[in-house]
Design a protein around this ligand. Structure first.
Ligand code: 9MR
Length: 370
């Protein structure tokens, strides 16, 4: 497997290839995963692509990209009926120049909604159905050549308490959102059906967080997600895959068994499994030395990703590549309180490979041998 020429040129002399101790493979994680039949990639923020170091990292490490914000309603339809494809097209062009695939995120979410949308949804079911259909009519054909896999519905299942800031009351198992209020629980079915009607060849994914840990919170979330997926499959709603976000937290325990059992159940429904947004929030109190911190992150990543690969997951994306560019370094709700930044991505703030990079590489290689 060889990297496209442009990616090799972009990566030459880049710190992504210089970091870490001992011999480093010249090729990126994406190429190494691909050799094992696994698609590896990352979320990309198009605003940062003008930074040559950032662009070189993305070119060198990823074979698959997902827009961090450019595929959301607030970006794509800032005013009703006015579609803005510029930012997403920047990513389409970058991916095409570097021989990378692109997946879509997201066609329906209760966040990153433009103001006009909440007002329109409040006008009732007919208006809600019409705006959703119009959005898909504009976005899916326009992106059909570039995006073959969409997160159709994102984070529809309600949390059962726990460490998250967004614990809105549930209606049934679903989160209380403007979409749910307008259309009832059938809004999930509707989104998948409308997407399939518009393009029968797309892979349609349901994307969710909070299902990885060995906690009562995650256990209940897994039950709720399974109930939703079972209902959708029984109703012949065209859902093809479950995206496991995998925003992992080291303050939470993890055991492979309950996670693997959940993934097996999902597989038995006939759905594919993707890891879509992997990163790691370190514990509130961390060891004083970086090596020990990085070892904890790497061990968790290897355990979680290894488990998912064992049950047939063949797509892994991190939510960014370098700790410097992560939402974990920017968003107050998840930032560290001790003045350091989370070391929860494959590259450190300077772009050097960390033990998490090697943990992913090992997990991919183990699946190749297995
Ligand atoms: O990382 C994204 C951040 O930059 C955006 O401000 C935010 C709202 O659009 O979304 C973040 O990404 C989220 C993703 O879309 C869905 N799962 C959780 C991610 C982190 O919040």
């Amino acid at each position: 497997m060889t990297l496209p020429r442009r990616a090799v040129l972009a990566a030459a002399g880049s710190p992504v290839l210089a970091g870490g101790a001992g011999a480093q493979p010249a090729e990126g994680l994406g190429a190494r995963a691909r050799a094992q039949g696994i698609a590896f990639g990352t979320a990309v923020d198009g605003n940062r692509l003008a930074d040559p170091r950032y662009a070189a990292q993305v070119a060198a490490e990823a074979r698959l990209l997902v827009p961090e914000w450019e595929g959301k309603w607030s970006a794509l339809q800032p005013a009703e009926g006015r579609f803005e494809f510029g930012p997403l097209t920047t990513l389409v062009e970058f991916a095409s120049r570097h021989g990378q695939a692109l997946r879509g995120h997201t066609l329906l979410w209760h966040r990153a909604m433009p103001d006009w949308l909440a007002a329109r949804l409040a006008e009732g079911a007919d208006r809600a159905r019409a705006v959703l259909a119009a959005h898909l009519d504009a976005v899916l054909p326009r992106m059909a050549g570039a995006i073959r896999d969409w997160d159709v519905v994102n984070e529809a299942v309600a949390n059962a308490g726990g460490p998250f800031t967004e614990n809105t009351p549930a209606i049934g198992d679903l989160r209380d959102t403007p979409w749910l209020r307008a259309l009832g629980p059938g809004y999930v079915d509707l989104a998948f059906r409308l997407a399939r009607e518009r393009d029968r060849t797309l892979r349609l994914t349901y994307n969710e967080y909070g299902v990885e840990g060995d906690t009562p919170f995650a256990e209940e979330k897994r039950r709720r997600v399974l109930r939703l997926l079972r209902r959708l499959v029984e109703a012949r709603v065209p859902v093809d895959a479950l995206g496991i976000q995998a925003h992992l937290m080291l303050d939470e325990p993890f055991r492979p068994e309950p996670f693997a059992a959940f993934l097996q159940e999902v597989r038995s429904l006939g759905l594919a499994i993707l890891i879509t947004e992997l990163d790691v929030r370190e514990a509130a109190v961390v060891p004083p030395d970086l090596a020990a911190r990085d070892a904890l992150v790497a061990a968790r990543v290897q355990a979680v990703v290894g488990t998912a690969l064992e049950v047939g997951c063949r797509t892994v994306l991190t939510w960014g590549l370098s700790d410097r560019d992560s939402w974990l370094a920017q968003e107050p709700a998840v930032m560290r309180r001790d003045g350091t930044i989370h070391r929860g991505l494959p590259l450190d703030a300077e772009g050097r490979r960390k033990p998490m990079w090697q943990a992913l590489d090992r997990a991919f290689a183990a699946r190749g041998r297995g």
